[in-house]
Design a protein around this ligand. Structure first.
Ligand code: IPE
Ligand code: IPE
Ligand code: MG
Length: 281
């Protein structure tokens, strides 16, 4: 199903109003937390919570694609989550398998490019195969880049990058002086993604839980008390609205930012004047 066709008019309007408010984040990353608590509070099993969480994934992926977010990265399973009871890990892997099987065609039809980051070779073979299929099929798509963080850990990725760089140093391909921020980033599993502009965490926990440690150096953070299964596009729009009111200073002062803005507007105006002058000559 083409998501644009099924999108209701009210939602189109809300998205349009939001876009007009300012600059949307290019890259949104989400720590999808609270499935278990959502379920237990309702007298359901944790499995029911994870199932309902998938409905939120579906809705947020669609909404992100429709509103024009470039990259959405979802923390679906951390490297530490392997320490959960075997039964729960098994259920999460089955749900992942089911999600990939049932959603792939629709994601592809809607121009979504699927990626996965993390220690993927620890995942069950069947999941690895499905991920490979999904990434290959959608590799040339130009819409939303949907990255699933699976068996992922920020420290794991950083340590792996250090190992890879060390190997290249040993082989004489790079020298220690070549190591810079950009160069280091190019050894991480997120190398093809811009740094996240916005990190959303549901369920009120105020921690990173080993997610995108390097990449989040200057990302904005939004924490909501809502559990992940409750987090649908209306709450997502509220989070985006909060992003748009923020001033990202990257270490600079407010004054410098407004001067820069003025400078770039002035130079734009100057360029327009020059073009008009040229045309009149
Ligand atoms: C998030 O919900 C899903 C995963 C970590 C896979 P949780 O399962 O962590 O739910 P809570 O935090 O126990 O409520
Ligand atoms: C973070 O949630 C990992 C994912 C959402 C996949 P957790 O529920 O595992 O995080 P902690 O253990 O509460 O920090
Ligand atoms: Mg949790």
């Amino acid at each position: 199903m083409d998501w644009k066709i099924e999108q209701i008019i009210e939602d189109k309007q809300v998205q349009q109003e939001l876009r007009e408010k300012g600059k949307l984040p290019r890259h949104v990353a989400i720590i999808m937390d609270g499935n278990g608590r959502w379920a237990l509070e309702k007298g359901l099993t944790r499995t029911e919570g994870h199932k309902e969480g998938i409905e939120s994934v579906r809705d947020i992926v669609k909404a992100s694609s429709l509103i024009g977010i470039e990259c959405l990265t979802l923390y679906a399973f951390s490297i530490e989550n392997w320490k959960r009871p075997v039964h729960e890990v098994g259920i999460l892997m089955k749900l992942l398998e089911h999600y990939l099987k049932s959603e792939l065609d629709e994601l592809h039809e809607n121009n979504v490019r699927i990626k996965a980051i993390g220690k993927l070779n620890s995942l069950p073979k069947v999941v690895q195969k499905l991920l490979h299929k999904a990434m290959t099929l959608t590799s040339n798509n130009t819409g939303l880049t949907l990255t699933l963080a699976l068996s992922y850990g920020g420290r794991w990725d950083i340590v792996r990058a250090v190992q890879l760089i060390s190997l290249d140093v040993r082989r004489g391909k790079v020298s220690p002086e070549d190591i810079s921020d950009e160069m280091f980033s190019s050894y991480l599993s997120t190398k093809d993604l811009p740094d996240p502009d916005y990190l959303i965490r549901t369920s009120g926990e105020m921690r990173l839980s080993n997610f995108l440690l390097w990449e989040m150096a200057y990302g904005e953070i939004f924490i909501t008390d809502n559990y992940w299964p409750e987090f649908r596009r209306d709450l997502f729009y509220q989070a985006l609205e909060s992003y748009m009111t923020r001033e990202r200073r990257f270490g600079k002062t407010s004054q410098q930012l407004s001067d820069n803005e003025k400078g770039s507007k002035d130079s734009y105006l100057q360029r327009v004047i020059n073009v008009v002058k040229k045309g009149n000559r």
